[in-house]
Design a protein around this ligand. Structure first.
Ligand SMILES: Cc1ncc(COP(=O)(O)O)c(C=O)c1O
Length: 461
């Protein structure tokens, strides 16, 4: 058997050297899957195993050309944060400890770390301190949990036990969501058995936020079970739905409000931005990610529910051998869809403890200011237009007011490798999406990236 200590030291050195160089490597040039398959030894699994050190060295060499420098400072694709040093180190510990963090009895330390981290997240975001929480694999699963709790509550009110009886023959649930609802919430609706085509779409404004007047008039007169899916942080524009008016209108007719705030919920941590989420605390459930704007390694999402009983009813698990902890909060498996699971909250504990409340606010403010700086830099170039109000950390850019040119610039930027940005369609127009979500990004990174984007635009002319 190999010496585990030697192997871990070797991996630590390899990881450190990767991170030392991550800011200087091309961020994410296109690579053919066939090249990666060959570099990583695709084909039948050999009968005899390799030496562990050789396995690790092979991974390092084989993955090299297919690694995307999203841990670096100039990755602006999707909504991707890096890893704060304390969070990354805590992630290594999590693997070394190898705790089954599903229950108190299987890992008392993981349970208590998770409990503390969950309370801190509620505190930082100004959510109700008594809400129940769960750490999930991401916002999609968090949306699913929030919707499962919602489904339980609105059907229980009309005497239907959905966990026992399922949805066949159940009273109809009205589901309303903004026209710009995220694909993940639709997927969560499908998982929850509610269907994604059943939603009634509420008209949105030019930034993609629900129009409060439209929500109010569509909700008026609702009599039976109803769920409203609101969003904090449109994935293209960053727009936040007007939560206060939506919640007032929904609660007025007994509807449940779930907020999908995968990244945007973190804006509530900043005194400068929290006004955008006015009313947030009065929602019924909240879904978001820690692996996005909090900058912990993948994967880590978070869900909170104001009605603890509804949450518990939707996700609890019982079994003769599952001895419950004295305090239910200490058994994570009661609050998420998984049983056996990684102690993923350890990274959140470390991130929050290393940042403190001020540090989280500063991270949010900095990313928003950098997104604004990027938009301002790009807008000075004739022919480049910013399509959104850059209210958070997202910017939408169009080149030459032309779809083909915009797509050509996106491809050229990805090939150039200085930074990475993806594409989208906004109001029928091709656009580049820029999301500034990493703790590591500096003003110099923004300026260097903006120069590269402008250069690609001029060359693609
Ligand atoms: C608003 C919103 N909801 C949900 C998601 C999905 O999050 P995850 O990929 O962590 O499941 C995203 C991802 O960007 C998002 O922006």
């Amino acid at each position: 058997m190999p010496d585990t200590a030697d192997l871990l030291r070797r991996v630590a050195e390899q990881s450190i050297s990767y991170l030392d160089g991550v800011a200087d490597r091309p961020v994410g040039r296109p690579v053919a899957a066939e090249a990666l398959r060959s570099a990583l030894g695709a084909g039948p699994l050999p009968d005899r195993g390799d030496d562990p050190a050789a396995v690790v060295d092979g991974l390092v060499a084989g993955a090299e050309q297919g690694l995307v420098a999203s841990a670096g400072p100039r990755y602006f694709g999707f909504v991707v944060g890096g890893s704060l040093p304390a969070a990354l180190a805590a992630d290594w510990l999590t693997s070394a400890w190898d705790q089954n963090a599903f229950s108190y009895v299987s890992s008392p330390a993981s349970s208590v770390i998770e409990e503390i981290a969950g309370r801190w997240v509620l505190e930082v975001l100004g959510l109700p301190p008594e809400a129940s929480c769960g750490f999930t694999t991401g916002a999609t699963t968090s949306n699913m949990v929030g919707l499962a709790a919602a489904r339980h509550a609105v059907l229980a009110r009309v005497g239907w036990d959905v966990e026992a009886r399922g949805l066949i023959g159940a009273p109809t649930i009205r589901i309303l969501a903004g026209d710009e609802v995220h694909a993940s919430a639709l997927q969560a609706l499908r998982f929850a058995g509610l269907g994604s085509d059943t939603i009634e779409r509420i008209p949105v404004d030019g930034q993609g936020a629900i129009r409060a007047d439209a929500a109010e008039s569509m909700l008026a007169g609702t009599a039976g079970p109803a769920i409203v899916l609101a969003q904090a942080g449109n994935v293209n524009t960053g727009a936040v739905d007007p939560l206060g008016p939506i919640i007032d209108a929904a609660h007025g007719v007994g509807a449940w409000v779930h907020v999908d705030g995968a990244f945007g919920l973190w804006a509530a941590a900043s005194p400068a931005y929290r006004h955008l989420l006015d009313g947030l605390v009065r929602a019924d459930s909240w879904a978001m990610d820690c692996h996005k704007w909090l900058n912990v390694p993948y994967d880590c999402g978070f869900v909170a529910v104001a009605d603890r009983a509804a949450h518990y009813a939707a996700t609890r698990m019982t079994g003769a051998y599952l001895v419950p902890a004295a305090d239910r909060d200490l058994d994570p498996f009661d609050w998420v869809p998984e049983a056996s699971r990684r102690g993923r909250a350890t990274t959140v504990y470390a991130a929050l403890r290393s940042l403190g409340k001020d540090g989280v606010a500063e991270l949010v403010d900095r990313c928003c200011a950098l997104a604004r700086r990027m938009a301002d830099r790009l807008a000075t170039e004739p022919g480049i237009a910013i399509l959104n109000d850059v209210m958070l950390n997202q910017a939408l850019v169009r080149f030459g007011d032309d779809d083909d040119r915009t797509r050509a610039v996106i491809a050229a930027v990805q090939e150039d490798g200085t930074c990475w940005a993806g594409g989208t369609t906004w109001h029928g127009m091709a656009a580049m999406r820029l999301s500034v979500s990493s703790w590591a990004t500096t003003e110099a990174d923004i300026d260097r990236s903006a120069e590269a984007i402008v250069r690609c635009f001029r060359n693609a002319g």
